[in-house]
Structures are given as structure tokens and as C-alpha cells.
Design a protein around this ligand. Structure first.
Ligand SMILES: [Zn+2]
Length: 202
């Protein structure tokens, strides 16, 4: 899914949890950590992409990648077509907060940190919860470019979903319509709920 969709869906949960409370055996809701966690999985690759795009711009390197990989290629094209699948630090950056085992690790560590009254426990727990929500949505929405399921223990296994949120050859166009209808409704609900909440109750 698009990064902003993850943010809006998590915002809807935050709004819900603020009113109805988080599950009682969870640490108290840490709103900022939750919202950062909704986009944290995508941030490392966004930063790397910005670096590569700036490099391409500085080099006047704007040729689109050729379909068979031959001919001149932008560094950004090379990043997504080759490095994403083969370069260890790009794979590590992508899976730092996408890898389901990593994320379960953050949740577990945060939970025990909270139990032991460490200040970082609660925010780490909620950051991990939002990352888990993000990656559980991402896994069924990527064909060959999804999260590494067993990272950091195994660096190649992904779930090959028949649906890709971006690839028009794998229902990407249809999914994009569904995705934007869904987050559109959530946005309307969020704005309506915020509007209602700002007036004193009568
Ligand atoms: Zn993602």
C-alpha cells in the first residue's frame, strides 16, 4: 500500500483506541510512536531513493530504464531493479521495520521493557504494533518485492502474491481504486469524528 494509506489507517485505529481504549493487557497507547510506526517501514527506502534521485538529477541522468536492463539506466532504476533484490544494505534497510520477525522482536522487547518500567518499553511496543499492521498489509499486496518473511535469518524468501498494489499487470489498477476509496472513507470519518469531538457535548 501507499505510505500515506498506512498512515491514515493507523490514524483511524488511534482515534478508535483513544475512545475505546487499547486492549487492557497492552501498555498504555503511545500515540506518537504508533503514528511513526505506521510509516517507519517505508522510511529507510524513501531516504535511499531520495539520495539516488538527487544523484541522478545532479548527473543529468534521466534516461528511463530499458525493459531488458541493457542500455543506459538511471541510478534510481538500478536501485529498484537490481539493488533492491541483491544488495545487502538495501535489503536490510527495507526489512529493518518490514521484516515480520524484526517487528515481532520490537513488540516483545517493548512489552518486557514496559513490564520492567523502562521508559522506552511503551513507545517501542506501539512502534512495533504499527509496523506489524503495516507489514501484514504489505505482504499480500506485493508480487516479488514484498517483505522478506524470515529476515534477518533468511534473505530471499518473500510471499508471491497474485495481487500487487502498484503493478497494473497484477490488479494494481483495480486495487488502487479500492485503496483510495477505503482511505477516502476513513478520512471522511476522521474529519467528521474530529469535528464532532471539538464541540462540547450536550
Ligand atoms: Zn511498506
Amino acid at each position: 500500500m501507499q505510505t500515506y494509506s498506512h498512515y491514515i489507517m493507523t490514524k483511524a485505529y488511534e482515534r478508535y483506541a483513544k475512545k475505546n481504549g487499547a486492549p487492557s493487557n497492552f501498555p498504555p497507547l503511545a500515540k506518537k510512536a504508533l503514528m511513526w510506526g505506521s510509516i517507519a517501514p517505508d522510511i529507510p527506502l524513501i531516504l535511499i531513493s531520495i539520495g539516488f534521485i538527487l544523484y541522478d538529477l545532479s548527473q543529468g541522468n534521466l534516461a528511463p530504464p530499458t525493459p531488458d536492463g541493457s542500455g543506459p539506466q538511471s541510478a534510481t532504476g538500478y536501485l529498484f531493479e537490481y539493488m533492491f533484490f541483491n544488495t545487502w544494505w538495501v535489503k536490510a534497510a527495507h526489512n529493518l521495520f518490514h521484516g515480520p520477525l524484526m517487528v515481532v522482536g520490537y513488540i516483545t522487547l517493548g512489552y518486557f521493557g514496559w513490564k520492567k518500567n523502562r521508559v522506552w518499553g511503551t513507545p517501542l511496543f506501539w512502534l512495533g504494533i504499527a509496523c506489524l499492521f503495516h507489514t501484514l498489509i504489505d505482504i499480500p499486496l506485493h508480487y516479488d518485492d514484498g517483505p522478506l518473511l524470515l529476515f534477518p535469518f533468511e534473505w530471499n524468501i518473500r510471499f508471491y502474491s497474485p495481487v500487487s498494489y502498484w503493478d497494473p499487470n497484477r490488479y494494481g489498477r483495480e486495487f488502487a481504486i479500492f485503496e483510495h476509496a477505503l482511505i477516502g472513507m476513513m478520512l471522511i470519518w476522521l474529519i467528521w469524528d474530529w469535528w464532532r469531538g471539538r464541540r462540547p457535548a450536550n
